[in-house]
Design a protein around this ligand. Structure first.
Ligand SMILES: NC(=O)c1ccc[n+]([C@@H]2O[C@H](COP(=O)([O-])OP(=O)(O)OC[C@H]3O[C@@H](n4cnc5c(N)ncnc54)[C@H](OP(=O)(O)O)[C@@H]3O)[C@@H](O)[C@H]2O)c1
Length: 318
């Protein structure tokens, strides 16, 4: 089968298509013939940074080949001996083995049965592949970590991005009052997702406009931005950071202001995948795909990810 191998950490030129054996599945795994893959900013971060790559992929010393990616949608080709729920021919999607070596940039992927959901029939493989890591992050942040409830005021940064565009839709489904930030160019897109209000981060200081949020979801790599987000949270409200690790000073500031400050880490979870499948099936959640690439164009998709201005999701089709 063909796989996109990362020869060593570095630039996009270190990604190369190679022929490698089809993975052997374990008892609890299924072999998925991949129809679509989605990419995420973390893929590009790992590609560049050897220490981070080894840490997140749980790589053993000298382990090859290294294959990035976790997000797939495809068809079950074979099932392990202990698999009970899935059958050959099922259309499935999910985030495989995060954190860990998901090896999703490939024609065939070995995936644990309990990390996959059945793809709703009216949702395409690209739409399903998109609604994996990014949608799970939004779901786990809003539902598990924050417990958002009807009437809560929720400020979502990067509302036009992969995570943000799912977070806006899910927060609306939960009955929240949603405010999203993006550039002016994405204003209509963010409002079209269901946000009640839009803030143009280049023209307005969000913390001057919002001081009483029950929840702020921050996905900007900047400790000063995180500190500004804390200003927007009300007493006993929550600030969830997807990227920046709060330092001691900021943690103390949150404590003194009686605000909760957490760093979120998404994790593979079949039950959450099935919840997302349910929203997709009912049309309550939609994937916005701004660009689709061929398998050999994955390096180009990485270049776009690194722009920091992707609208919705980028998908690879096989
Ligand atoms: N901790 C976790 O578990 C976890 C999980 C998933 C993702 N993440 C991280 O979360 C971040 C976001 O992920 P993603 O997939 O959503 O990324 P993404 O799709 O690349 O986000 C791009 C979006 O960010 C917006 N943006 C850029 N600067 C902004 C600013 N100052 N204020 C508001 N919006 C801004 C852009 O909007 P404009 O083009 O309009 O500027 C663009 O739509 C990444 O760093 C990712 O690694 C963490």
């Amino acid at each position: 089968m063909k796989a996109m191998i990362l020869k060593s950490a570095g630039g996009i030129e270190n990604l190369a298509v190679e022929e490698i054996p089809v993975p052997v599945i374990g008892d609890h795994e299924v072999l998925v013939k991949v129809a679509a893959i989605s990419v995420n900013p973390v893929d590009a971060t790992l590609r560049r940074n050897d220490d981070f790559l080894r840490l997140v992929l749980h790589l053993q010393k000298g382990e090859v080949p290294v294959i990035l990616g976790w997000d797939i949608s495809g068809v079950v080709e074979a099932t392990g001996r202990a698999v009970t729920r899935l059958r050959k021919g099922d259309e499935v999607f999910g985030m495989v083995n995060f954190t860990g070596h998901g090896k999703a940039y490939a024609e065939y992927v070995a995936a644990r049965e309990d990390q996959l959901a059945i793809k709703p029939s009216q949702v395409t493989h690209p739409e399903a592949a998109a609604a994996t890591l990014a949608a799970l992050t939004a779901w786990q942040t809003l539902v598990h970590l924050s417990g958002v409830k009807a009437g809560d005021k929720v400020l979502i940064h990067s509302a036009a991005g992969g995570v943000g565009h799912y977070a806006v839709q899910i927060a609306r489904q939960l009955g929240a009052y949603v405010i999203g930030t993006s550039s002016a160019a994405n204003r209509d897109f963010v409002l079209g997702l269901g946000a009640h209000e839009h803030i143009d981060y280049a023209a307005q200081r969000f913390e001057d406009l919002v001081r009483d949020a029950d929840l702020v979801v921050d996905s900007i790599r900047d400790i000063l931005h995180l500190e500004r987000s804390l200003e927007a949270v009300k007493t006993r409200g929550k600030l969830i950071s997807l990227v920046t690790f709060p330092d001691e000073r900021l943690s103390r500031k949150a404590l003194m202001g009686r605000k909760f400050l957490y760093r979120m880490e998404v994790a593979s979870d079949g039950e959450d995948m099935r919840a997302i499948a349910g929203l997709l099936e009912k049309g309550q959640l939609r994937s916005h795909i701004s660009a689709t690439y061929r398998f050999d164009q994955i390096p180009l998709a990485h270049q776009q990810l690194e722009s920091g201005h992707t609208k919705g999701k980028l998908v690879i089709t096989l």
